[in-house]
Design a protein around this ligand. Structure first.
Ligand code: FES
Length: 187
């Protein structure tokens, strides 16, 4: 809540300006929905319901229309912010046949979380993916923009070590208000 008693906008000026800048690149405001959702998630680490309402207003849509687009894709987080690095481990056939599930379990143990959860320090959100399109290099993992093929315990150890060293691959800088958006492990 602001000092004037008005609710504080979730989409701050810079983010609103970035969304407005998309208008010229798309034929309609409705067509901006998906790229704007990506921008919001990139900036805030998630897309809370309040952001959906504010985005709908910008796009001159009903909040339910924006929410429909958001919920169609499994990509967007709505309940709490993502970790700095979003990690996807493939669990589809080629990867599973080459030990992917065991490696996922190993990574879960090392991070102390299950798929869908974020580490208590907010560094990593772990997800499972259906085929990352890297079957030739199975088992495969994506950490931020970094691709890991022929995944092994050793590469997982190196990845976790890079986190502990504070040098994670592809960490995303998110604009979080720690008072409002504290990630936690209680998923
Ligand atoms: S099955 Fe894992 S990348 Fe295709």
């Amino acid at each position: 809540m602001s000092t004037t008693g008005q609710p504080t906008a979730v989409l701050r000026d810079e983010l609103r300006a970035a969304i407005h800048a998309l208008f010229a690149r798309y034929p309609t405001r409705r067509a901006v929905t998906l790229p704007a959702l990506h921008l919001i998630q990139e900036k805030l680490g998630y897309v809370p319901l309040a952001a959906v309402v504010e985005l709908a207003e910008l796009l001159e849509l009903a909040p339910a229309e924006v929410q429909d687009t958001l919920s169609f894709y499994g990509f967007f987080k709505q309940d709490k912010p993502l970790g700095q690095v979003r990690v996807w481990v493939c669990r589809s056939l080629s990867c599973a046949a080459r030990g992917g599930e065991e490696l996922l379990e190993y990574l879960c143990e090392k991070l102390g979380i299950r798929p869908g959860q974020t580490t208590p320090d907010g560094r990593v959100t772990l997800e499972v993916a259906e085929c990352l399109g890297l079957c030739g290099g199975a088992p495969a993992m994506l950490a931020g923009p970094t691709v890991y093929t022929h995944l092994s315990r050793e590469t997982i150890d190196q990845f976790v070590q890079s986190l502990q060293d504070g040098n994670p691959p592809g960490a995303t800088q998110v604009d979080r208000d720690p008072a409002k958006q504290r990630p936690d492990s209680g998923n």
